[in-house]
Design a protein around this ligand. Structure first.
Ligand code: NAD
Length: 400
């Protein structure tokens, strides 16, 4: 019913989303379709009682029990689809939810909360907008038993510390610095556009966007030239205007981070292949930017940029590049590109991340868990794995 309700308001919500987040309207509509899909996928899930052991004297049953009130705290890049993923798992498991959207993007989530009044009994789905202190208050509240947080690593760490005082359960979906590793047998013509979108979808404001691109010497110049052409032909502008392919950064703070990282890369010898500047128009627009002649040890490569700037790193030794790709505290996703599928698979197996996509743009499936290793997160969303995170186990051991 929730999915049907949202579907009947799809365009209204998408327009709000574009206006508060910045993404092009067709992409906001796509996000809303993901919301509907996530709700429908969740409605198919269940965790029935399982009999673990049974004989003449004993039966041991395993029950999945709801935790109570789940706080769902979300960031500003995909506000509604992230809330839907976390909240739907919590609700299907029998919890109630309090959703706290980002202060930068509260409106589409509030709208969804308002129309959910017709679907759920009072108090089951709550949306409270506010600044960071509202999120902090929620994480300290004694009635909250579960915190599903999606956002930055420092905030995730702060929440884990607060949660520890009361041993609240946490699922933390945090930042990434995903490498894309192109192998020396890759077909550059075939993969260039996919790699472009890996990095520039939602103007780079995507947790599993490609944030470092490793290219072997033999393919480097060809791939860089193709990416340059793609970047220079992008229509960057107001998301409400038809034809717009990339919107602005969501907020001034993020624009400043991007400007700083680009300046720092230039200072350390980075060559701007294209872009490199804020656009000369009102709003937080930054040109799609490619930077070569950079490597680990500078901020743009070591940190999560979360914007339309891609560092391209030339390499000659594959084992060395796998080690460099892993030499970070982050481990959300990664992509590997090559014609020899077996070799690409072997490389994928050596990457320290929650997900690796081979020869394709990252996409999430309701049938696969998603989350980070190392500092990129704790726990998983998606499918039965996400549902289990919203429950506590109870063993009932019956003497017959
Ligand atoms: P953020 O950590 O600044 O804020 C996220 C949310 O937490 C907001 O609603 C904010 O108000 C709230 N918050 C801030 N301080 C809090 C506190 N002390 N206690 C409780 N709540 C608090 O993150 P952001 O800048 O909005 O989002 C960008 C980050 O999110 C990036 O690092 C990105 O990679 C990450 N992200 C991760 C995923 C994933 O699935 N792994 C998905 C999307 C975004």
């Amino acid at each position: 019913k929730a999915a049907d309700k949202i579907e009947s308001h799809l365009e209204d919500i998408a327009k709000i989303l574009t206006q508060e987040q910045g993404k092009p309207l067709d992409k906001a509509l796509a996000e809303m379709r993901v919301v509907v899909g996530r709700l429908r996928a969740a409605s198919e899930l269940s965790l029935p009682v399982k009999v673990l052991e049974e004989d003449e004297q004993t039966r041991i049953e395993l029950h999945h029990k709801p935790l109570g009130v789940a706080a769902v705290i979300t960031p500003w890049n995909y506000p509604v689809s992230i809330a839907a993923g976390q909240a739907s798992a919590a609700l299907i498991a029998g919890n109630t939810v309090v959703i706290k959207p980002s202060p930068y993007t509260p409106l589409a989530t509030l709208y969804v909360g308002a129309i959910m009044r017709d679907v759920f009994p009072a108090g089951v789905v709550n949306v409270i907008a506010g600044n960071d202190d509202v999120g902090a208050a929620l994480t300290k509240h004694p009635l909250v038993r579960k915190i599903s947080f999606t956002g930055s690593i420092p905030t995730g760490q702060a929440i884990a510390r607060v949660a520890a005082n009361d041993l609240k359960r946490v699922t933390l979906e945090l930042g990434g610095n995903d490498p894309a590793i192109v192998l020396d047998d890759a077909d550059v013509e075939k993969i260039a556009e996919d790699i472009f979108w890996c990095a520039f979808t939602n103007s780079g404001q995507l947790c599993f966007a490609t944030k470092r691109l490793y290219v072997p010497e033999n393919l480097h110049d060809d791939l860089v030239n193709r990416l340059k052409t793609l970047a220079e032909n992008m229509i960057v502008g107001d998301g409400m205007e038809e034809g717009t392919q990339l919107g602005p950064l969501n907020n001034a703070a993020q624009l400043n981070i991007i400007s700083e990282l680009v300046d720092d890369a230039k200072h350390h010898g980075g060559i701007i292949v294209t872009g490199g500047h804020r656009m000369n128009r009102p709003g937080y627009f930054f040109q799609p930017t490619l930077i070569t002649h950079v490597k680990e040890g500078i901020r743009l490569v070591d940190e999560e940029q979360f914007g339309p700037v891609l560092p391209i790193i030339k390499y000659s030794d594959l084992d060395d590049v796998i080690q460099r790709a892993n030499d970070t505290q982050m481990g959300l996703g990664a992509t590997v590109w090559g014609e020899d599928k077996e070799r690409a698979n072997q490389v994928a197996n050596q990457i320290e991340s929650g997900t690796v996509w081979i020869n394709q743009r990252p996409k999430l499936s309701p049938n696969a868990p998603f989350g980070g290793v190392k500092h990129s997160g704790v726990g998983r969303i998606g499918g039965i794995w996400g549902l289990k995170e919203a429950t506590e186990l109870q063993t009932i051991n019956i003497h017959k």
